[in-house]
Unconditional design. Structure first.
Length: 643
DNA sequence: AGCACGCCGACT
DNA sequence: GTCGGCGTGCTC
């Protein structure tokens, strides 16, 4: 009889001891019974017989390879998660079997292997490789240089302007991996994972490519897992969770749109897929390419310091791009209307960016100042005229749009801060013949709607696309003649250490949708236009400015960690925070220091009060050391904002 | 996670 | 007295 420490997945518990009749390797995924229910568990180590009786391991369900075990251990250590929590990331796509207990069954079910690092490798034939190489897009001299640079480094940052041809370089890197009988992972923000992305990859690589994101069906997931297992699938284009797929012999990871906040998980463990990829480039011999037209300040600085930055400037055919700045605050100004009118007249297409959903972000009584705040959250409810509702965008509370102020019974209610739906409605009224679509979370609810709108826009069935940040994420809209930007000030004034970075990056990403072939115009309404105009032609100029002006209390100069104290009772949440604060302040010799604390910017969401303590330190290990002395806390390591 | 246990405040 | 909300601890 063999005894093993098992990490039970989906049960908060320390390691438990189970028995097996045959020896098992660490990393084996097994079925175990905990409190009369069946769970997955991971074999951690062999151990001695304990002084209590153990249950038997039920069956063997798979195996975590060395890269996966390394990642799980690292996530548990670095992000202060438990080992089971970390391992659960690798199972997110195969829900634990809720089947009736079949105890003491030792033979693995025929289709049971969910993870395996196979020694054998289903190789591509020489003919297949030749076909891939011949289908590769050709590179211009600049791209060739970039590709050679990337091939010479284990980790590189490809800083390439929109339209400079990053994708072609990625394809060459992927092909290179395949030719060496390795697999490739192409990470991108979820929203960019459209069937068009798949089609583009399949054009070059045939059918060894699969798309992976949160919205694909369970049967499709099963199919992909099978394809990975028999190594027919060699390339995964996926969102951040694709990092946890069992890719055998992974040779390269591309992290496209490296700056994107979507790489950071917002629930526990709060990992950052981009940072984990970088880790793998150093610790697992996997080549990693970070790419962006607007790299994060942190990646830019690190890449410059570490000599792995490659700057790829705009293509030769770069058409003229004209920026027009107007110093007005968020609105559809007369000037902007005239520009749109001209574009429509020329039968060209326009994109209008508005960082707000619905018709308006708030409703206000002008008589008494009553604000229509959500009863469960400390935010204003948004005005949705299409549903005749006031909706909270943080919980899901809705109420009928009122005619009178509930406080003073006045009927002078005023809309504040225009959103996509209202901009679209206003434009429709101004230009009744124009075909207008809205591109935001309210309207693009499924993958199908996303591709439908994008293909309708591509085939010129839509004249004006009004949308939120969703517009900026890596779609190729081909030849947009005009881009209007309304309300960028709300992002630039976001009150966070990265607000300027977010705003200017967004402007570049949105502006990049025009001027690809024909000339394009970018019209920006902002009260910061004097400050902005120096940064519109070259994002690197902004990065240099930001490097000089950002407070050295924040990344990239310091590491951050946010301690969350949430509770249904406001007093309890605050007490918890103060207790932690006191414990922190007693350790005066600490290398990590308190940068701020108090109620969050939105102090209540869905009935929960939210308080926080923000820590910073020179090194991550300084932060870990302090946290260790505080016991069990909810911490966001390397938080991406401080709101 | 989910469930039992036990402590303390409110109420027939 | 008792009911029940909620914080704490346990699972091989």
């Amino acid at each position: 009889m063999f005894f093993y420490h098992i990490a039970p997945l989906g049960v908060r518990s320390p390691l438990l001891t189970y028995t097996a009749r045959t020896p098992l390797l660490p990393g084996t995924l097994v079925g175990i019974e905990v409190r009369k229910k069946i769970y997955d568990g991971v074999v951690i180590t062999q151990t001695q017989a304990p002084d209590f009786t153990c249950k038997d391991i039920l069956d063997v369900r798979g195996y975590f390879g060395s890269v996966q075990r390394f990642l799980a251990r690292f996530i548990a250590y670095y992000y202060r998660a438990s080992l089971p929590e970390s391992y659960k990331l690798f199972l997110a796509f195969t829900p634990a079997p809720a089947s009736i207990p079949k105890p003491y069954k030792h033979t693995p079910a025929p289709n049971a292997l969910r993870f395996c690092e196979l020694p054998l490798c289903a190789r591509l034939s020489v003919a297949q490789k030749q076909q891939i190489v011949s289908a590769l897009p050709s590179l211009n001299p600049q791209q060739e240089k970039a590709y050679a640079f990337i091939e010479s480094k284990p980790l590189s940052l490809l800083f390439g302007d929109t339209g400079s041809g990053k994708t072609e370089i990625y394809f060459h890197c992927i092909a290179q991996a395949l030719c060496r009988d390795k697999a490739a992972l192409f990470l991108m923000p979820e929203i960019a994972l459209t069937p068009q992305t798949l089609a583009r990859l399949q054009n070059v690589f045939g059918d060894c490519v699969a798309l992976w994101h949160s919205k694909i069906t369970p049967s499709k997931k099963k199919q992909i897992l099978q394809g990975l297992h028999n190594q027919q699938i060699k390339i995964i284009a996926g969102a951040r969770s694709a990092l946890f797929l069992p890719l055998a012999r992974l040779g390269v990871i591309i992290v496209d749109e490296e700056h994107d906040d979507a790489y950071k998980s917002m629930s526990n463990p709060r990992y950052n897929a981009r940072d984990l990829a970088i880790l793998l480039s150093r610790q697992a011999g996997i080549k990693v390419v970070l790419g962006s037209a607007t790299p994060s300040l942190t990646s830019y600085k690190r890449a410059k310091d570490g000599d792995y930055l490659f700057r790829l400037k705009g293509g030769f055919y770069r058409a003229q791009k004209e920026f027009i700045l107007e110093s007005t605050f968020a609105q559809l100004s007369y000037n902007l209307q005239q520009h749109i009118k001209a574009v429509l007249k020329q039968q060209k297409q326009a994109i209008i960016f508005v960082p707000t959903r619905a018709n308006f972000k708030a409703l206000l009584c002008l008589e008494c100042g009553y604000g229509f705040v959500c009863p469960f959250c400390s935010v204003n409810m948004s005005v949705h005229l299409s549903r005749d509702m006031l909706c909270c965008h943080y919980c899901d509370y809705k109420e009928v749009l009122p005619n009178l102020c509930p406080e003073c019974k006045g009927n002078n209610l005023s809309n504040k801060r225009i959103g996509t739906a209202q901009v679209a409605a206003d434009l429709q009224e101004l230009y009744p013949q124009a075909r207008i679509s809205i591109f935001d979370r309210d309207h693009i609810t499924t993958a199908k709607k996303l591709t439908d709108v994008l293909s309708a826009f591509k085939s010129r069935e839509i004249d004006i696309l009004v949308g939120t940040q969703m517009l900026s994420k890596g779609h190729d809209y081909h030849n947009v003649a005009f881009v209007g930007v309304v309300g960028i000030d709300y992002i630039l004034q976001g009150g966070d250490f990265r607000s300027l970075e977010r705003g200017v990056s967004l402007l570049h990403q949105i502006a990049g949708r025009t001027g690809r072939k024909d000339n394009g115009r970018v019209f920006i309404q902002s009260l910061q236009s004097e400050w902005l105009k120096g940064f519109l032609d070259d994002y690197e100029v902004f990065l240099q400015w930001e490097l000089m002006h950002r407070s050295t209390a924040y990344p990239p100069f310091k590491r951050l960690a946010m301690i969350h104290c949430d509770h249904r009772s406001q007093a309890k949440a605050q007490e918890n925070m103060l207790a932690i604060l006191q414990a922190l302040q007693q350790r005066s010799e600490s290398a990590a220091t308190i940068l701020g604390y108090g109620a969050n910017a939105i102090e209540r969401i869905a009935g929960k009060w939210r308080f926080h303590i923000l820590l910073h330190a020179q090194k991550h290990s300084d932060i870990l050391r302090v946290l260790e002395s505080l016991g069990d806390l909810e911490v966001d390591i390397d938080c991406i904002d401080t709101l």
